[in-house]
Ligand binder design. Structure first.
Ligand SMILES: Cc1ncc(COP(=O)(O)O)c(C=O)c1O
Length: 459
């Protein structure tokens, strides 16, 4: 049996092979790659989990030859579906360090250095949003976990204020363009969802929110403990009217959460910063660095205006954690486990921190602006093509457009054709009941030529 925990000659050979693979993946332009059926993968990969093991060399061969080609590289410049990723070289390299370091960044007692660095990155985000000095939070796995945790903290805050659960049960208020993870979070924590009509682009406004809340009976209105606004909404990249929503929430003592999982990166871009006006009044917000802040998966920054509000609900009490939870002790300076539903956690904010430290925040500003400029150029390009029609001017980096004369089946065939030909990975979407083409940009390496290659397949 090969020894698993000793640095043997085999381990040395494997470490060279793995580092060489990772280096190749980081250094060279990667193929877009595709998908495969489970049956096909089983046939080609064979049995990989066996009593004796197949050996690292063989497992790496299976990954390289069979599995990796069946896994799309979301950082390919022609990956424009859903919300892609585009991690910087430094962030990916440092992710290797995080993996090699066996850091448990749950509590300060054994994770101080890593947590300090994560908090530096969180502070940058809090400053971009205009949050006060006392703000803070934690990196969780993704926007879904971030939204869920913020809502749990919001509900606990309302319960403390009202002295318990209202007879009608708890409610949150959102508009149609809010991300699907918010409805799922509401189901998970058993709260109702009050839908507020959006404006012509599906955006939440303070006026519509106020009217909807005024239309509720007093008991139901008191049961609304949180409003979730989008900045920006995933489907169309629109940003809700955060300033007017903040006003309504403040008047009624409702927790104001901003979901900036996709669009929050725009806070760093002067050309769109104004769209986020009002975020400084939120009680919490999230941004996913694994989307448009150039970090590897999985990484969501969850920031609270008053982090202590999250303590009461998330802190885990146990005999073996007594030391960790001692208030005021130097070893409990900041325990990330207290700010979301988790205990053990990867120091997943470190790749972002390392990358920020390496390149500086101005490089981030410029890279985000570059993506915004490409988005505007794409909108112009669509306007010049008779067969295409722009649905709306992009607010951030999502472009929605229709191909005149196409039905649902044409859009379906289109994305399959593009992936098959390795031209691009794109997806149609449904907007106000109509199937449309949608491109989402986050990668500064995507150029107008990549976009033209896609648009050219629609003529
Ligand atoms: C606005 C928004 N919120 C939440 C999420 C969920 O984030 P995650 O996939 O990281 O859980 C997404 C994902 O695209 C999103 O765009």
């Amino acid at each position: 049996m090969e020894e698993m925990h000793r640095y043997t000659d085999e381990a040395e050979a494997l470490s060279r092979a793995i580092v060489a693979y990772a280096r190749g993946r980081i250094a060279s332009p990667q193929p877009l790659d595709g998908s495969a059926t489970g049956e096909d993968l089983t046939r080609r990969a064979g049995e990989t989990v066996t009593p004796e093991g197949i050996g690292g060399e063989e497992a790496l061969r299976v990954w390289t030859e069979v599995l990796a080609p069946a896994t799309i590289s979301t950082d390919h410049p022609s990956s424009m579906a859903f919300v892609p990723g585009a991690p910087t070289k430094a962030s990916v390299l440092f992710d290797l360090v995080v993996g090699a370091s066996s850091t448990i960044a749950a509590g300060w007692i054994d994770g101080a250095g890593a947590i300090w660095a994560e908090n530096q990155a969180l502070r940058w985000l809090a400053d971009l949003a205009g949050f006060p000095a006392g703000a803070g939070g934690v990196f969780v796995s993704g926007g879904s976990a971030g939204n869920l945790s913020a809502l749990v903290a919001a509900r606990a805050t309302a319960a403390a204020r009202l002295g318990g659960r209202p007879g009608t049960g708890w409610k949150i208020a959102v508009t149609e363009s809010v991300h699907s993870s918010v409805a799922t979070a509401a189901r998970v924590i058993d709260v109702g969802v009050i839908e507020v009509p959006g404006d012509e682009r599906g955006r939440l406004t303070g006026e519509a929110l106020g009217e909807r809340l005024d239309g509720l009976g007093p008991e139901e209105a008191a049961s609304v403990f949180a409003v979730v606004a989008s900045a920006g909404a995933t489907n169309a990249g629109t940003v809700d009217d955060l300033a007017s929503v903040a006003e309504v929430c403040a008047d009624r003592e409702i927790w104001f959460h901003v979901d900036g999982a996709y669009g929050g990166a725009g806070l760093a871009a002067p050309s769109v910063r104004d769209r986020f006006r009002g975020i400084e009044r939120a009680d919490s917000f999230i941004v996913d660095p694994h989307k448009w802040l150039f970090a590897p998966y999985d990484c969501c920054a969850l920031v609270y205006r008053e982090p202590t509000r999250a303590h009461g609900v998330f802190r885990q009490e146990a005999g073996y954690l007594d030391t960790v939870n001692q208030p005021e002790a130097e070893w409990s300076e900041w325990n990330p486990a207290d700010y979301a539903y988790h205990l053990s956690r990867r120091a997943r904010g470190l790749p972002l921190w390392f990358s920020l430290a390496t390149y500086g925040t101005e490089a981030y500003r410029d890279a985000i602006e570059q993506v915004l400029a490409l988005t505007r150029e794409t909108a112009e390009e669509i306007r010049t093509r008779d067969e295409l029609e722009l649905v709306m001017d992009p607010e951030l980096s999502v472009v929605l457009f229709r191909r005149r004369g196409w039905g649902d089946a044409d859009y379906e065939a289109w994305w399959r054709r593009l992936l098959e030909a390795q031209i691009a990975f794109v997806q149609p979407t449904t907007w106000k009941g109509e199937k449309l083409a949608r491109l989402c940009f986050v990668n500064p390496r995507t150029t107008i030529d990549h976009v033209r290659a896609v648009l050219g397949t629609m003529s």
